[in-house]
Ligand binder design. Structure first.
Ligand SMILES: [Zn+2]
Length: 299
């Protein structure tokens, strides 16, 4: 039998799982809605049901945060039933498999590094621009977790100090400008009348000046965060995915133009900024985490 791992992607609206082979082939994949419940066992039951058809020695998990990858506990903001839920221990006990856990941003970056737009990079930052702005840093062939397990949180890089409030409680984080809800909030304050990121993208495509300005403002903050991160760790590539990045040129055109304006130092000029290449980095990223273990993915 071909070597394979179980991969699990935990999000606030959807759970996804699959059996993924060593070359990245997804042998089978299943999804279900995340149970809207206060009962932690009900959510765990849904996870067990999802994994039931699969058999493999290792389970890789990418989960919405916050989480503690070392203790193996998860407290996803959008899954209120789980607070400090000991997911790693519970799955290990239930399935007799080795379990590795990391944040969804980490797994996104790992997946793109393994099989997507991050292949061949030697210092990669993966960024997910969606309801929030998450990320993961890949250095020397492995994901950087950091001592608390939260490295790569580019959404909470602070890009100025003028005072736009962020969901994290700080001011002027990238996320306070560049997440879907932040763009929508700002556009609404400027008289735009839609409600969602998708509507904002439609308005921008139709040339609505406020919608275009919202993307430009988000892209400017994103460019500032990207260049700050690149200056600190000498990145050679950025890969951007998520619902807002799916707007394509609406985000990437102003982003490239802000990057061109804001890039100073010579070593930053070769930085490549690319859209994500994998249609569903969640399951692939969780599989990449399982395969990575302590070794390097592409070595
Ligand atoms: Zn923040």
């Amino acid at each position: 039998m071909t070597e394979a791992v179980m991969a699990l992607d935990i999000g606030g609206t959807k759970l996804a799982a699959g059996l993924v082979e060593r070359d990245g082939t997804v042998r089978s994949a299943v999804t279900c809605p995340t149970p809207a419940t206060r009962d932690p066992e009900e959510v765990f039951g849904a996870v067990l049901d999802l994994l039931a058809p699969f058999e493999a020695p290792v389970i890789g998990i990418g989960s919405a945060g916050p989480l503690d990858p070392f203790r193996g506990t998860v407290s996803p903001l959008n899954i209120p039933a789980w607070r400090e839920f000991p997911l790693t221990d519970r799955l290990r006990a239930a399935r007799g498999a080795e379990v590795v856990l990391a944040g969804d941003g980490h797994c996104f970056a790992l997946g793109e590094y393994w099989l997507g737009a991050g292949r061949g990079s030697s210092a990669l930052l993966g960024i997910v621009v969606s309801t929030g702005v998450g990320g993961g840093l890949i250095l020397d062939g492995g994901v950087v977790l950091g001592p608390s397990g939260n490295a790569g949180h580019i959404g909470h890089a602070i890009v100025s100090a003028d005072g736009v409030e962020c969901a994290c409680g700080s001011l002027d984080c990238v996320e306070a400008y560049a997440s879907g809800p932040s763009m929508v909030r700002w556009a609404s304050s400027q008289g735009w009348s839609g409600r969602s990121g998708r509507e904002l993208a439609t308005s921008a495509r139709e040339g609505h000046p406020v919608a275009l300005a919202a993307f430009d403002r988000g892209a400017r903050a994103l460019a500032a965060g990207i260049l700050s991160a690149a200056a600190i760790v000498d990145l050679d590539r950025i890969v951007i995915g998520g619902g807002i990045a799916a707007a394509g040129p609406l985000l990437f055109d102003p982003l490239q133009s802000w990057l061109a304006k804001l890039t100073g130092l010579g070593f930053l000029q070769g930085l490549e900024v690319l859209p994500a290449a994998l249609p569903d980095a969640g399951v692939i990223g969780a599989a990449a985490l399982a395969y990575q273990g302590s070794a390097q993915l592409n070595s």
